[in-house]
Design a binder for this molecule. Structure first.
Ligand code: FAD
Length: 520
C-alpha cells in the first residue's frame, strides 16, 4: 500500500511541477547537462521560428530546439528521450514547408535538420559509381534539392525525379513522396532511393535498403516522419541534359485536355527516347494572371489574348510538357515535338514554346518566390489542398468541382495543378498511399490568402471534399492532415495494419513527428 501511495505521490509531484514551471522545465533537466546540450536552445527566437511553417495556419511551440552538428547529436537526443521515464516527443524539421504543422512538436523538441548542412564534410552530397547501380549520390537528409542539383551537376549528373520547387529538404520530401511532372516516367522521388541511414525512435542508427532492414526502408519512404530521422539517402542519378524545350498548350475542353495528358504519359519507358521528360497541367482562371509564382512562362505580348480566352470560357486548361536535349539530340528533338503536336487537340494558335537551360527549368519556381518575398507575400497563410484522384472519376471532378464550386465561388487565389501519373512507377511496399487505378491524377489547390481570410479557402477545400464523398469519388490526400484516428485508418486503408505495426517496432514510445497527429 505504501509503495502504491508513494508511486502516486511521485506522479502527482511531477504533474504539479509540469503545471507550475516554465516551458523549458518541462524537459528533464538532465537534457541540458548532456554533451550536446550547448546545441539545444530554449530562447524565444528559437522557439518562435520552430513554431511556424509555410502554411502559417497552425502554430505550436516546442520547448527546445536542437541545432545538431553531427548525426551523433540526433542519435544522442532520441536515445535520451527514449530512455527517459517520461519520454518527450521529437520532430525532425526540414525546411518546414508543410502547411498544417506537420513538422512541429508541441511541448517536445525540434531537430533543426538544416543546421547540419553547416557541418557536413564536402557538401553533404557525394557522387559515386559502382557496377550494380551505376552512378548514385549519397545525400544528407538535411540537404536542399537545389544543393543536390548543384553538386551533382558538377559531375554532369543529376537526379531524375523532382519536385516543382527545389528549396525543400531531401528528408522532408522522402517522408511524403516527392512528385512533379517527371513522376509519370521516373516515379516519385521515393521510387528513386537505393539506401538510407535512419535514426529510429529508439535512437539506433540503422542502414536500410530493399535488401537490408527492408521493413524500415519501405516504412520510412512516404512514412510522414513516423519511424525515424533520415540522415542519409542514396539516390539515383543519371547524365544531366543541357537544355529543355518547355511547351504549354491551351484547351477549353477538359476531356480533350485529359485525353492528351493521358496519351502523353502512356509513353513512359525510362530508356524510351520518344517519351517526354515532364508532363503537368494547370488551370487558368480570371482570379489571377496566367503567370504566377510557380513560373513565369507566358510572354507579356501573349497575355491579353490568353486572358480573353479565359474570359470567354471561364476556365482554360493548360497542358505543360518538357523535353530534355543536348548537343547530339538538338536536331531530332524539334522533329519529335512536331510529330507530337500533330496528334494533340489544343486550341489552334495556343501552343507556346521556350528553350531554357536544364537548371533554369528545374529551378523555375525560385524567381517567383524571391519576388513574393520582396513584397512580403511569401509568408502569408497557405490553406493548401493536395489530393490524388482515380482517372475514372476525373471528369466528374471537373464538372462538380472546377466548373461548379471553384468557378462559382470565384475565390481561388494561387495555382491549381492537375496532372496524371502511372501507378506502376510507385512501389506499393512504401508507406505512401495512392489510388487503386493504373492512372491517377494529382490535383493541387495552392491558395495564398490574407491573414484573416484563409478560412474561406479552407471551407472551399472542405466543401469540395464533401462533394467528392457524396459523389462517391475516392479522394486520397497528399500531405494528409487528419484529426481522428478513424480518419487516419481510413486514409491508409489496407496499409494501416503494417503502418501501425511498424510504429510499434521502430518508434515504440510514439515520440517521432507528433505534428502529423497520427499516434498522439
Ligand atoms: P518539413 O515540412 O520540415 O517536414 C515534413 C515532415 O517530414 C514532418 O513530419 C517532418 O517531421 C518530417 N521530416 C523532415 N525531415 C525529415 C527527416 N530528415 N527524416 C524524417 N522525417 C523528416 N511536394 C511535392 O511532392 N512536389 C512539389 O512540387 C512540391 N512543391 C512545393 C512547393 C512549395 C512552395 C511548398 C511550400 C511545398 C511543396 N511541396 C511539394 C510539399 C513538400 O514536398 C512537403 O511539404 C515537404 O514535406 C517539405 O519538405 P520540408 O523539408 O520543408 O519538410
Amino acid at each position: 500500500n505504501y509503495a502504491v501511495q508513494a508511486y502516486f505521490t511521485v506522479i502527482l509531484l511531477y504533474i504539479t511541477r509540469l503545471m507550475s514551471t516554465g516551458k523549458s522545465k518541462l524537459l528533464p533537466p538532465k537534457l541540458l547537462t548532456l554533451d550536446f546540450s550547448e546545441r539545444i536552445r530554449t530562447d524565444t527566437s528559437a522557439i518562435e521560428s520552430a513554431s511556424r511553417d509555410y502554411g502559417n495556419i497552425v502554430h505550436e511551440s516546442p520547448v527546445a530546439v536542437l541545432y545538431p552538428s553531427s548525426v551523433q547529436d540526433i542519435v544522442s537526443l532520441i536515445k535520451f528521450a527514449y530512455n527517459c521515464s517520461v519520454p518527450f516527443t521529437v520532430s525532425a524539421r526540414g525546411r518546414s514547408h508543410s502547411v498544417f504543422g506537420q513538422a512541429m512538436a508541441p511541448k517536445g523538441v525540434i531537430i533543426d535538420m538544416m543546421h547540419l548542412r553547416n557541418h557536413r564534410e564536402k557538401t553533404g552530397v557525394i557522387v559515386s559509381k559502382n557496377p550494380s547501380l551505376g552512378f548514385y549520390a549519397d545525400v544528407g537528409g538535411e540537404q536542399l534539392w537545389i544543393d543536390v542539383l548543384k553538386a551533382t551537376m558538377e559531375h554532369g549528373l543529376a537526379p531524375v525525379s523532382w519536385t516543382d520547387y527545389l528549396y525543400l529538404t531531401v528528408g522532408g520530401t522522402l517522408s511524403n513522396a516527392g512528385i512533379s511532372g517527371q513522376s509519370f516516367r521516373y516515379g516519385p522521388q521515393i521510387s528513386n532511393v537505393y539506401e538510407m541511414d535512419v535514426v529510429t525512435g529508439t535512437g539506433e542508427l540503422v542502414t536500410c535498403s530493399a535488401h537490408r532492414n527492408s521493413d524500415l526502408f519501405y516504412a520510412v519512404l512516404g512514412g510522414l516522419g513516423q519511424f525515424g530521422v533520415i540522415t542519409r539517402a542514396r539516390i539515383a542519378i543519371e547524365p544531366a541534359p543541357k537544355k529543355v524545350k518547355w511547351v504549354r498548350m491551351l484547351y477549353s475542353d477538359f476531356s480533350a485536355f485529359t485525353k492528351d495528358q493521358e496519351r502523353l504519359i502512356s509513353i513512359n519507358g525510362r530508356k524510351q527516347s520518344n517519351a517526354l521528360d515532364y508532363v503537368e497541367g494547370s488551370l487558368l482562371m480570371n482570379q489571377g494572371p496566367p503567370n504566377n509564382w510557380r513560373s513565369s512562362f507566358f510572354p507579356s505580348s501573349d497575355i491579353p489574348r490568353i486572358m480573353s480566352l479565359v474570359t470567354q470560357h471561364g476556365i482554360i486548361y493548360c497542358l505543360e510538357v518538357a523535353k530534355y536535349y543536348d548537343d547530339t539530340t538538338q536536331h531530332s528533338v524539334a522533329k519529335e515535338l512536331q510529330q507530337m503536336y500533330e496528334g494533340l487537340s489544343f486550341i489552334a494558335g495556343f501552343k507556346l514554346e521556350k528553350d531554357v537551360s536544364y537548371v533554369e527549368f528545374l529551378d523555375r519556381v525560385r524567381s517567383g518566390e524571391l519576388k513574393l518575398q520582396s513584397q512580403g507575400l511569401w509568408d502569408v497563410p497557405h490553406p493548401w489542398l493536395n489530393i490524388f484522384l482515380p482517372k475514372s472519376r476525373i471528369s466528374d471532378f471537373n464538372s462538380g468541382v472546377f466548373q461548379d464550386i471553384v468557378l462559382k465561388r470565384n475565390i481561388t487565389t494561387g495555382p491549381v495543378l492537375i496532372y496524371p501519373m502511372n501507378r506502376n512507377k510507385w512501389d506499393d511496399r512504401t508507406s505512401a498511399v495512392i489510388p487503386d487505378e493504373e492512372v491517377f491524377y494529382t490535383v493541387g489547390f495552392l491558395h495564398s490568402s490574407g491573414f484573416d481570410d484563409w478560412q474561406r479557402h479552407d471551407d472551399q477545400n472542405k466543401d469540395l471534399l464533401k462533394f467528392c464523398e457524396k459523389a462517391g469519388i475516392k479522394v486520397t490526400k497528399y500531405f494528409p492532415n487528419y484529426k481522428t484516428k478513424e480518419e487516419w485508418i481510413n486514409h491508409f486503408g489496407s496499409k494501416w495494419t503494417t503502418f501501425q505495426e511498424n510504429k510499434y517496432l521502430f518508434d515504440p514510445k510514439m515520440m517521432l513527428s507528433p505534428g502529423q497527429r497520427i499516434f498522439n
